[in-house]
Structure formats: structure tokens, C-alpha cells
Design a protein around this ligand. Structure first.
Ligand SMILES: C[S@@+](CC[C@H](N)C(=O)[O-])C[C@H]1O[C@@H](n2cnc3c(N)ncnc32)[C@H](O)[C@@H]1O
Length: 191
């Protein structure tokens, strides 16, 4: 569900300041248990690029975001890398990957958008493809600084992903507070 927060220069600057010091290095360490070095990875919602900087050390990664404001900054920061404009709700691209990764992005999607995104991710992945996504843990939806937030539980993530993916890891972790976040790593089911 759309909001201007990530598309407006002033609020993007605010977000970058707020997010300083946070990155997904622990999540990426877990992903590395399942994904071969040099695999082709798509990152959704790269934002300031903290996780992109870590992912690119081990993988052939393409970054993406639906925000031109973030994409302009990412292209300045990583001039030799590839970034595409991509809405995670629609996944409107013909590119294919071994892994699709996101850190705190898919919680901005409604249930219907998440269902559509998951189906497209399945279609975009190679035969042994992997997904790795983090979410805020909780119930219901909320409005945070004008942004739509869809919280999830272990049970809801199982429901959303189980048609297309086998669980490799589904665990709680701490971003700001104990067990406020969920990590889902899954492997593509055989057709
Ligand atoms: C909470 S930030 C996380 C950014 C980055 N992954 C990180 O961990 O710092 C959410 C990011 O997802 C992007 N985003 C939100 N909704 C999106 C959508 N529907 N499609 C693609 N990107 C989206 C925002 O522009 C922003 O960069």
C-alpha cells in the first residue's frame, strides 16, 4: 500500500538518519548457510543500501526499490552496481534469480499484495531458489508515520508461503525489542 514517506526527499533523509547503525548482517549470515557464493540475488526495498553493501561481498546482487529518491542515492553510492525500480507488490520484471531477499519491506504490503508478490517470487526463482525476508512480529495492521504496516506471526507467514515454499528457517529475533521481528527463509517447492 502506497505512501509518500519513502518517496519524499525530506522523509527519506529522516529515515536514513533513523536507520543508521542497523543492518541485516545476522540475517545474511543465516542466508549464507543455504545459498552458494556468487548466486544471483535480488534485494527488494534496498533503501539506504546497508544490506546491499553486505550482500554484494558474497553474491551477484541487483538492488531495487520502488522509490526514485532511494534509487538515485543508491546509484550514487554504488556506481558500478545495478539497481532497478521495482514494486515488491507487483514484481513486474522478466529477470530471474537464485534468491530474493528483503529486510523489513514486505510488511508494507496488504495481504492481497503479499499473496501476489509471493506467487511472482516463486515464478522468478530458479529451480532451487531461495527466499529470505524479515517482518515485524505482531498482529493486525497499523499506521506508522503515515505508512501502512502489516504485522505477521509465525502462523500467518506459514499460511502465506506454504503453497510455494518449504521452510528452511522461521525464527524470531530482536531488532529494537526482544522478539519484535521474524525471519523467514524458504526454498522453492518443486512444481
Ligand atoms: C523499512 S525500509 C527498509 C530498507 C532496507 N531494507 C533496510 O533494511 O534499511 C523499507 C524500504 O522498502 C521500500 N519499499 C516500501 N514499499 C515498497 C514496495 N511496495 N516495493 C518496493 N520497495 C518498497 C522503501 O522505499 C524502503 O526503501
Amino acid at each position: 500500500m502506497d505512501s509518500d514517506f519513502y518517496k519524499n526527499r525530506r522523509t527519506v533523509e529522516k529515515y536514513i538518519q533513523m536507520a543508521k547503525g542497523f543492518d541485516g548482517r545476522d540475517l545474511i549470515q543465516k542466508l549464507k548457510l543455504y545459498l552458494l557464493p556468487h548466486s544471483h540475488v535480488l534485494e527488494l526495498g534496498s533503501g539506504p543500501g546497508a544490506d546491499f553493501a553486505i550482500l554484494r561481498k558474497d553474491f551477484n546482487v541487483i538492488g531495487s526499490d520502488y522509490s526514485t529518491e532511494f534509487l538515485n542515492r543508491l546509484r550514487m553510492r554504488f556506481p558500478k552496481d545495478v539497481f532497478i525500480e521495482l514494486d515488491a507488490a507487483k514484481m513486474d520484471t522478466a529477470l530471474t534469480f537464485d534468491c530474493i531477499y528483503s529486510n523489513k519491506v514486505l510488511h508494507h504490503l496488504t495481504n492481497e499484495e503479499l499473496e501476489c508478490s509471493i506467487q511472482r517470487q516463486y515464478e522468478m526463482l530458479s529451480a532451487n531458489g531461495i527466499i529470505c525476508h524479515s517482518f515485524w512480529k505482531g498482529s493486525g495492521t497499523e499506521n506508522f508515520k503515515g505508512m501502512f504496516v502489516n504485522n505477521h506471526t509465525e502462523a500467518s507467514l506459514k499460511d502465506f508461503f506454504s503453497h510455494y515454499f518449504n521452510i528452511l528457517e522461521l525464527s524470531s529475533y530482536k531488532e529494537f525489542e526482544t522478539e519484535d521481528s521474524l525471519l523467514y527463509i524458504g526454498s522453492k517447492k518443486k512444481p
